[in-house]
Ligand binder design. Structure first.
Ligand code: 5GP
Ligand code: ZN
Length: 141
């Protein structure tokens, strides 16, 4: 399904990924959703699950897209359980809640016993070898 475009003049990095104008390390995709590695991961295997249709927040999406997103979130959580049984699922809605990319997304953040990663002041970018290893672990159904 083609993504609905953001409003005129608004650039959206996640729509660019959906439309293959920007690269991403994709672990899962179906007709209306995608999941890919976060480029500045909080922890190893940090993933983002998005609808292909553009909407800034969950409540902007039609019900069918919300349901498809939850189904994909479930699939992604199952895959993350290959890495660890412990993870956070988060959705930031609005700038004051920490939303930076205004295309709705769930974060799935594996936890390995590290101290609170959300307090990190800097996050190292995802490296290609790490991304390749994670794709090998997570992209198979
Ligand atoms: P937010 O704060 O909006 O909930 O989170 C946005 C997330 O998107 C951040 O964790 C950030 O690292 C990630 N991100 C921003 N731009 C890109 C991009 O171009 N590609 C990928 N894979 N992740 C991105
Ligand atoms: Zn978008």
């Amino acid at each position: 399904m083609a993504a609905q475009a953001p409003s005129a003049g608004e650039k959206c990095v996640f729509c660019d990924i959906v439309n293959q104008r920007s690269p991403a390390w994709v672990v899962f995709e179906d007709a209306s959703t995608m999941a890919f590695l976060d480029i500045f991961p909080f922890t190893r295997g940090h993933l983002l699950v998005i609808p292909k249709r553009h909407g800034a927040r969950l409540t902007d999406l039609p019900f069918e897209d919300q349901m498809a997103l939850i189904r994909s979130l479930d699939e992604v959580c199952r895959r993350v359980e290959r890495l660890t049984s412990d993870y956070n699922v988060a959705l930031n809605a609005g700038a004051k809640a920490g939303q930076i990319v205004f295309h709705v997304h769930f974060h799935v953040i594996p936890r390995y016993g590290e101290s609170n990663p959300f307090r990190a002041t800097s996050r190292a970018p995802l490296t290609e070898p790490e991304a390749r290893a994670l794709i090998a672990e997570l992209s198979a159904p």
